[in-house]
Design a protein around this ligand. Structure first.
Ligand code: AGP
Length: 608
């Protein structure tokens, strides 16, 4: 997704803006640009390619002097990733500059009207319509022009805006795309995400939808779309800049895989008060939990895979029917949400457009919505009825690892809380489950210590064309996640498949030497999956079996075995995912892929 940084203060703006954009590279982009007021006019420099190209063009900001600036990394939606379409965009007189994250849904209609009024457009972007429309409404009052545009355009936008005749200000607007504001003695900042400005300030303001921000020298003002001034309190951010640095690892993904024991431990510790499970902001009484007839879980990507695992666990443990949907499907199928149903949305970033809209649609249908989110103050966290934070810390790598592990913990705790409230587990069972939960960090640590063996195995498959991941029950949800990890960072095609389903078609794809990663952590399904292993082996597959320590019998059937420590049957994904994450990582490294910033992908998909 696009990244925005803006600054006004007593220091040169360009180096601060470029440094902030570098912290946002993880969001994924294909061009970059900067606009700085030099005391007389706004200078814009922009280019296709990586941020490094912009740094070279501006000699690290030296050629764009000034104390007021905005910058942008663009993930192309409308218009090819080239110099012309890069942001910032100017109005024709080059007196207004705009950077934008999001999509303007009605930009073609507006563009047509502006062309008919004599406006000329240089780019193919929706963003240029914004700056031309601001120009159209601008009569000397920036706030008035901006709010008129907000009433006119449809879609999502986080904007940074500069006016050459108002160099004492930077303006920003937020609707559905993320935007934060920072303030320090050295100046005021806007950014798409906290890491971009954490080096300069810990005092962050989270902007709500349809709010306008006016950065001044040493002050920040907030306004509604009706130009009424709003008072906002800042939040003091606790985590440190180190959290968004690589910490000596080659990639953020490896660092974050190694942070999983801590992410898991922090997430359950923050939600336990003795043996009591505490959900951060829970608007659901025990009576309402006992009366629950249905739970919908809605998410995207890895978060969706955590939701599928939760279905098996909540249904088995708490005996509540659970329906799991991808948010992009849920929001367009006019879902039937029963009276009193609970909708759980899961999102690492808390800004995923489809998940945010699914939350809003669910609330419109009268559902009680709980969010499991990793980013404090994110849109989804602020709009849900109840929130359960995952304490994984900032996840920079596009491929989600520690956030997934923390989401599983949050979902385990919800299942346990519900099971206890509904008396579907005895107190003794509950304590045993809790004891097993607390062992997970050390067991994850143990598996991470096994990475060299995984690396050697992965190196054999750097040239693979297609790999299968199969399992039953929880192992099916695990297979989906293992397959996604491999696909998204190594670009090797793979399928996560229900082991029992292969014979209904996909088994025709199994050839001599096809790698099949078979997960057998569920004791009650073990024998069934062994049969599936024999099915694929009979067609030439090479099978890696992922199973619980103690099942050495599997060595008579599988070609290669990875054992995970014995844990509670509900928690096996938390352990079995570790070797699969490492496998995907090493195949991607072996192929020379950009592990942290895979092609075509963004860390937070804030557009549909
Ligand atoms: C997973 O590795 C990907 N980064 C992607 O599938 C991600 O899980 C998905 O886009 C959802 O993001 P969210 O958790 O921030 O909503």
């Amino acid at each position: 997704m696009c990244g925005i940084v803006g600054y006004i203060g007593n220091r040169p703006a360009a180096p601060i803006v470029l440094d902030g954009l570098a912290k946002l590279e993880y969001r994924g982009y294909d061009s970059a640009g900067i606009a700085v007021f030099d005391g007389d006019k706004i200078n814009v420099v922009k280019t296709a390619g990586r941020l490094k190209a912009l740094e070279e063009l501006t000699h690290d900001g030296q050629t764009t002097p000034g104390f007021v600036g905005i910058g942008h990394t663009r993930w192309a939606t409308h218009g090819a990733p080239n110099d012309t379409n890069a942001h910032p965009h100017f109005n024709e007189q080059e007196t207004i500059a705009v950077v934008h994250n999001g999509i303007i849904e009605n930009y073609t209609q507006i563009k047509e009207k502006l062309v008919n009024k004599g406006y000329h457009f240089a780019s193919d972007t929706d963003t240029e319509v914004l700056v031309q429309l601001i120009d159209y409404y601008y009569k000397g009052n920036p706030l008035e022009a901006i709010t008129k545009v907000m009433h006119r355009v449809e879609g999502s936008y986080a904007l940074g805006i500069m006016f050459a005749d108002h160099p004492e200000n930077v303006y920003a607007v937020r609707k559905d795309s993320p935007l934060v504001v920072g303030k320090s003695d050295e100046g005021c900042f806007i950014a798409s995400d906290v890491p971009a400005i954490l080096k300069y300030t810990r005092d962050i303001y989270f902007i709500d939808n349809q709010e306008v921000v006016v950065l001044e020298q040493g002050n920040v003002r907030f306004y509604s779309v009706d130009e009424e001034e709003i008072k906002k309190e800042s939040t003091h951010i606790e985590w440190d800049a180190e959290a968004v640095a690589k910490g000596g690892y080659e990639h953020f993904m490896m660092k974050e895989m190694h942070e999983q024991p801590k992410a898991v431990k922090e997430t359950f510790e923050k939600h336990l008060n003795g043996n009591e499970i505490v959900v951060d902001e829970l608007k659901l009484s025990d009576d309402e939990i006992r009366a629950l007839k249905k739970i919908h879980i809605v998410a995207c990507g890895t978060a969706y895979h955590a939701g599928i695992a939760a279905k098996y666990i909540i249904e088995k443990m708490a005996r509540v029917p659970v329906e799991v949907d991808t948010a992009s499907e849920f929001r367009y199928r006019d879902p039937i949400i029963e009276e009193g149903a609970l909708v759980i949305v899961i999102s690492q970033s808390g800004e995923t457009a489809d998940t945010l809209q699914a939350l809003r649609d669910s609330k419109k249908k009268g559902a009680n919505v709980m969010a499991i989110v990793n980013v404090v103050g994110s849109s989804i966290a602020r709009e849900a009825d109840s929130v359960m934070y995952t304490w994984a810390g900032p996840e920079i790598a596009v491929a989600s690892t520690k956030a997934y592990s923390a989401q599983l913990i949050a979902l385990y705790l919800i299942a346990m809380k519900f099971a206890r409230a509904r008396s579907t587990v005895s107190e003794e069972e509950f304590i045993n489950i809790l004891t097993d939960l607390k062992k997970l960090p050390d067991q994850i640590e143990l598996l991470l210590g096994n990475k060299e063996r995984i690396q050697r195995f992965a190196n054999r498959y750097v040239g693979a064309k297609s790999i299968f991941f199969i399992g039953r029950g929880l192992d099916y949800s695990l297979s989906l996640e293992g397959s996604l990890k491999l696909k998204e960072i190594s670009y090797v095609h793979s399928e996560g498949y229900a082991a029992g389903e292969l014979k209904h078609g996909p088994i025709s794809l199994i050839e001599e030497g096809t790698l099949v990663m078979a997960a057998l952590t569920q004791e009650d399904l073990y024998a069934k999956t062994v049969s599936n292993i024999k099915e694929v082996k009979a067609r030439g597959a090479f099978v890696l079996a992922l199973t619980n320590t103690g099942h050495s019998d599997i060595e008579d059937t599988a070609d290669y075995v990875i054992y995970i420590p014995v844990t509670n049957r509900y928690f096996t994904n938390s352990l079995a995912i570790i070797p699969l994450q490492l496998f995907a990582y090493y195949v991607a490294v072996g192929k020379g892929c950009d592990v942290d910033k895979p092609r075509n992908l963004a860390k937070s998909v804030t557009v549909e």
